[in-house]
Write a protein that binds this ligand. Structure first.
Ligand code: SF4
Ligand code: MG
Length: 337
């Protein structure tokens, strides 16, 4: 049911000092090395699709994806291979992402070999394996390297999945709900590990989540998606403390407990809130949130709102409430009720 208009998607990935993704249309964003960028939305918002498009798991039917400013072609070629090793995806389900008939050694060796990082001897390979396991705090490595997935806890499996991604020596990690299937008590540990890796390896991390409170805790920058479009973005503190878009406010208001420690949202949190996101096959005209928006004005049902600056530099919302002329003319929808 997740049909998504990939046709108009355009993403640029740069990874120099200033780094990573810029895309036109509503999914335009920049990932920077050494920073976590959160992409927050309900199920069906298209946030996982963005990750899969960026990881090149879905073919694009249009758009432009760049690494270091250079276009990456959809399939094949040196730039494509370079791209897919620099940008690694971590899945939600650590149970499904590891093959149950193979050991940790197999999974990590395979990743190291595919990406040319396995060294030139058995000793070098062993050292590379130990290094990967140490990086994800599965120590001592020899305790874990010959285990099968079923001999590990969910959190340990997710650490192996992260180690496998690191085997490519990536510049960016795309983490799609990396803790939502894990036991509540170990979520924070995995987020802290990712944050630590971001610092030590200067990674750009895209953190995809339905849990806006964890974005505040974990991400430097937060972007909010609704019905396949990005509706708000800015630094995490600003977006979560002074949300500008009515949808972001709904997300925050419907979070189980806004002040709770991040990363421990319960599984039912995702679809709370007032109403359901619309179909992406035939989305509403104008602002896609207008059928649910308490501030909708006539213009909202007709014209798609552009990104508008709201207060802090870099904080924007795609909402007509931040267009003074529209509000002056149509009058309703006071901000900050
Ligand atoms: Fe609500 Fe209009 Fe803003 Fe959309 S553009 S969020 S309908 S006020
Ligand atoms: Mg998803």
């Amino acid at each position: 049911t997740k049909h998504f208009p990939v046709r108009r998607r355009l993403a640029d990935i740069f990874t120099g000092r200033r780094a990573v993704v810029h895309a036109v249309d509503d999914v335009s964003f920049t990932l920077r090395r050494g920073r976590v960028t959160a992409l927050v939305g309900e199920s069906g918002s298209g946030k996982s699709t963005v990750a899969r498009l960026l990881a090149q798991l879905y073919p694009r039917t249009g758009g432009d994806l760049r690494l270091h400013g250079q276009t990456t072609h959809v399939r094949g070629g040196r730039r494509f291979r370079q791209y897919v090793s620099r940008v690694q995806l971590i899945f939600q389900d650590p149970f499904g992402s590891l093959n149950p008939v193979h050991t940790v050694r197999y999974h990590l060796t395979r990743a190291l070999k595919i990406h040319g990082n396995a060294g030139n001897s058995a000793q070098e390979l062993e050292a590379a394996l130990a290094n990967l396991l140490t990086r994800v705090a599965l120590t001592p490595p020899e305790r874990y390297v010959d285990k099968f997935p079923h001999e590990l806890s969910g959190g340990q499996r997710q650490r192996v999945a992260i180690a496998r991604a690191l085997g490519a020596d990536p510049e960016a990690l795309l983490a799609d709900e990396p803790v939502s299937m894990l036991d509540v008590s170990i979520r924070l540990g995995i987020l802290n590990l990712l944050r630590d890796l971001k610092e030590r390896l200067n990674l750009a991390i895209l953190y995809i989540t339905h849990d806006i409170a964890s974005a505040r805790y974990f991400a430097d920058e937060t972007m909010v998606m609704y019905a396949g479009r990005m509706v708000e973005g800015g630094d995490s503190e600003t977006v979560t403390q002074t949300p500008a878009h009515p949808y972001t406010r709904l997300l925050i208001d419907s979070a189980p407990d806004p002040d709770r420690i991040a990363g421990i949202a319960d599984a039912g949190a995702e679809d709370r809130g007032n109403g359901e996101p619309p179909s992406l096959i035939r989305p509403p005209a104008g602002c896609r949130f207008h059928p649910r928006c308490p501030h909708a004005m006539p213009r909202c049902t007709v014209d798609l709102p552009p990104r508008l600056e709201v207060g802090q530099p870099g904080h924007w919302a795609a909402c007509w409430l931040y267009d003074a002329d529209t509000v002056a003319r149509e009058g309703i929808g006071a901000v900050g009720d």
